[in-house]
Write a protein that binds this ligand. Structure first.
Ligand SMILES: [Zn+2]
Length: 111
């Protein structure tokens, strides 16, 4: 699973409780949508220059080779509930038939 670490104590053992995320180590509870908006640091733009946010849905804008996968990721594939991360491949996501993977934001378009 790709739950974020606790924003207070950075524990990895965060779990979901309904819409909230809960940290068992420091008992902090938060709504992941709130922190996505509060954390303004990470700016990730799609192929059109539209800013992406955690939880957005996007489509792939070109066929992409996937390392270790038997097939290409097809243009037009929908990707739901993305998570923004730092780095070269700045989108963390899960894609049906491929599983968890990282994408470059320049190859997606916000829905
Ligand atoms: Zn914590």
């Amino acid at each position: 699973m790709s739950l974020p670490n606790c924003p207070k104590c950075h524990s990895e053992y965060v779990y979901e409780d309904g819409l909230l995320l809960v940290c068992p180590e420091c008992a902090y509870e938060w709504n992941p949508k709130d922190t996505a908006e509060a954390e303004d640091g990470l700016v990730v733009l799609d192929s059109n220059g539209t800013r992406l946010a955690d939880g957005d849905s996007v489509t792939i804008v070109k066929n992409l080779k996937v390392k270790g996968a038997p097939k290409d990721l097809k243009q037009g594939t929908r990707v739901k509930n993305i998570r923004l991360v730092e780095g070269d491949h700045n989108i963390d996501c899960k894609i049906d038939g491929f599983g968890a993977m990282k994408l470059k934001s320049e190859f997606v378009k916000k829905l």
